[in-house]
Write a protein that binds this ligand. Structure first.
Ligand SMILES: NC(=O)c1ccc[n+]([C@@H]2O[C@H](COP(=O)([O-])OP(=O)(O)OC[C@H]3O[C@@H](n4cnc5c(N)ncnc54)[C@H](O)[C@@H]3O)[C@@H](O)[C@H]2O)c1
Length: 374
């Protein structure tokens, strides 16, 4: 198959959808791999690194026009809509339930659009979202520690303390992938860490894997109120699948927090879990409300593109290989997880939540493509 990798043109996006190691795997399997000029630069993968493993470096026109399967990181932006076409399989983050113009552009073009974020294995885990949650969680603990420094508007506290001086307190709301990873780094820095979680089963699991190194407390509005008041760093890491984040931290609770404390709202990409949260960017990551520094960057993994690119492509490559080796039709028939990733095909919306979000007609994937192995 002809596999192309487009350069990201969305502002502040430095990731690329395939590493040279991934290109090598695909070339070794007999596929023709083309990389748009400079696509890997932002992640420190120069063109020559791809050429060295047998990929070709091509223009933007060629990569979009000649590929059978096009790999990207972010959804196409308006300037790219004209490049969508029938016969092309596009594999990328799409998030089209929140983007009607793109949904219509994908349907009108006839492209086969497979979304990273809806590839879902049978236990409901989302393997292509997980690596970004791991990175965001780890970064959140680092950001919390950093913005506690006095010259940056923080309390002037070293999160880990020193012998004879108590460490700072970190409260993580939501003990899923982000929350667990935030806790691991905060523990590593020497902080005193509490995770507030709603699911008892999840807390049992965290208790096993963190073996007593954190306090695990059932999340309730009273508990959140008490915990955030005592915290030096609060990390918002809740998720209710398919819904906007619940506003668990009220303006009143923020007012009661310590002066110079840091609130990292990782859930900001789902609207944020505090009433005082609004999205920020890497170039201007924080703002202050009632003396509390708010860090609410909506695309945190974008700050560390080398790590993010490698983590993302480690997760996507097996699905790329399936589509490349078998073609889309047989690949989705073989793998239900990949089938759940197909959002738009032959002009039809094949992902129910997307159709619902835009009041468009939903067509089950098996009505467009037979899902039994051929
Ligand atoms: N800002 C970024 O760059 C970025 C990057 C990755 C993920 N995220 C976001 O981070 C959030 C967390 O993602 P995740 O992958 O860890 O999700 P996850 O599903 O693994 O974890 C969410 C956890 O929140 C818990 N929860 C739900 N309601 C709760 C409540 N009221 N109190 C306490 N816990 C509650 C759930 O039980 C679950 O364990 C999501 O909103 C996700 O979109 C943001």
């Amino acid at each position: 198959m002809k596999i192309g990798v487009a350069k990201e043109i969305k502002p502040d996006e430095y990731r690329v959808a395939l590493t040279p190691a991934g290109a090598h795997e695909l070339a070794r399997r007999g596929h023709d791999v083309s990389i748009e000029t400079g696509a890997g630069d932002g992640s420190s993968f120069p063109d020559r690194a791809y050429e060295g493993v047998g990929a070709r470096i091509v223009s933007v026109e060629e990569v979009w026009a000649d590929s059978d399967l096009l790999l990207k990181v972010k959804e196409p932006i308006a300037a790219e809509y004209g490049r969508l076409r029938e016969g092309l399989i596009l594999f990328t983050y799409l998030h089209i339930a929140a983007d009607e113009p793109l949904t219509r552009a994908l349907a009108d073009s006839g492209v086969a659009a497979v979304a990273y974020e809806t590839v879902e294995i049978d236990n409901h885990a989302l393997p292509l979202l997980a690596p970004m949650s791991e990175i965001a969680g780890r970064l959140a603990a680092q950001a919390g520690a950093y913005f506690l420094e006095k010259p940056l508007g923080g309390r002037g506290l070293l999160l880990g303390g020193v012998p004879g001086v108590a460490p700072g307190r970190v409260v993580v709301i939501g003990g899923g992938i982000v929350g667990y990873n935030a806790a691991v780094i905060a523990i590593g820095l020497g902080a005193n860490v509490t995770i507030l979680e709603r699911s008892i089963d999840r807390m049992r699991h965290l208790d096993e894997i963190l073996s007593g190194r954190v306090s695990l407390v059932t999340s309730s509005s009273l508990q959140i109120e008490e915990s955030v008041k005592e915290a030096d760093v609060v990390i918002g890491a809740v998720l209710i699948p398919g819904a906007v984040a619940p506003k668990l931290v009220t303006r009143e609770m923020v007012r009661e927090m310590k002066d110079g404390a840091v609130f990292c709202d990782v859930a900001i990409d789902q609207g944020g879990c505090a009433e005082t949260s609004h999205p920020t960017t890497h170039s201007d990551p924080v703002y202050e409300v009632d003396g509390v520094t708010h860090y609410c960057v909506a695309n945190m993994p974008g700050a560390v593109p080398i790590t993010s690119t490698k983590a993302l492509t480690n997760a996507t490559l097996p699905y790329v290989e399936e589509m490349a080796d078998y073609g889309l039709r047989e690949a989705v028939a073989r793998d239900p997880a990949l089938a759940r990733g197909v959002n738009v095909l032959d002009g039809r919306i094949t992902y129910e939540a997307v159709a619902e979000a835009h009041s468009l007609e939903y067509t089950p994937l098996e009505d467009v493509l037979p899902l039994s192995p051929v």
